[in-house]
Design a protein around this ligand. Sequence first.
Ligand SMILES: Nc1ncnc2c1ncn2[C@@H]1O[C@H](COP(=O)(O)OP(=O)(O)O)[C@@H](O)[C@H]1O
Ligand SMILES: [Mg+2]
Length: 253
Amino acid sequence: MTAMVKAEGVHKSYGAAHILKGIDLEVAPREVFCLIGPSGSGKSTFLRCINHLEKINAGRLWVDGELVGYRQKGDKLYELKDSEVALQRRDIGMVFQRFNLFPHMTAVENVMEAPIQVKGEAKAVARERALKLLDRVGLGDKAGNYPSQLSGGQQQRVAIARALAMEPKLMLFDEPTSALDPELVGDVLDVMRGLAEDGMTMVVVTHEMGFAREVGDNLVFMDGGVVVESGNPRDVLTNPQHDRTKAFLSKVL
Ligand SMILES: Nc1ncnc2c1ncn2[C@@H]1O[C@H](COP(=O)(O)OP(=O)(O)O)[C@@H](O)[C@H]1O
Ligand SMILES: [Mg+2]
């Protein structure tokens, strides 16, 4: 079976700062893959490498069997053109800590926008899907609201619907609930849980250990740009093997 994400010896530097120091991991299709670790350990950087928002300096990254950002001919790698990278990226949904909705568009318009602009989809078709997606994230009655008329949790659910509108094969979540008031976190996690049940492949950077334990199939603890420990979330969280993992968990659990 082809992995949905495969990283082999991935390195990333910003100037002299060596951030990712050889990441190896594999995410199977339909898997919920959770990534935890202290601030600055490279979690966001790694997510951004998966959809080629960042270029890696060494190693290889594949999504669904395709090299990200490169084409291989023989043993040579050729960088893809921006238009080709954009084609790869549109199959990958990304949800950020800050929702970044278009403020001048209603919820349904936000969700319709990418399929119309990127795929040239007919407005009526895009609207119908957008309404269904808003329904799915529990916001069927908020389609006409502007972001300023929605709570943070509602905005984040619109952002999830917006990513789903491109019918991605992979969803990346970068701390999707960490900017939310505590009472709004549950609704967003419920939507993510529903996505997982429907078989979406998800890579989730999170501090929600309950979510990781209940929904995650795999958990990776990253520190200092390396994978320190990985395995079944219940095992890693209740019986960490490494001192660095223990120290981190003792602060967040
Ligand atoms: N565009 C950038 N330029 C320079 N340094 C960066 C950039 N993005 C991230 N970094 C640095 O890379 C390190 C890892 O950051 P990040 O991947 O955001 O960590 P995490 O998401 O685990 O908190 C941090 O030290 C951060 O300052
Ligand atoms: Mg981050």
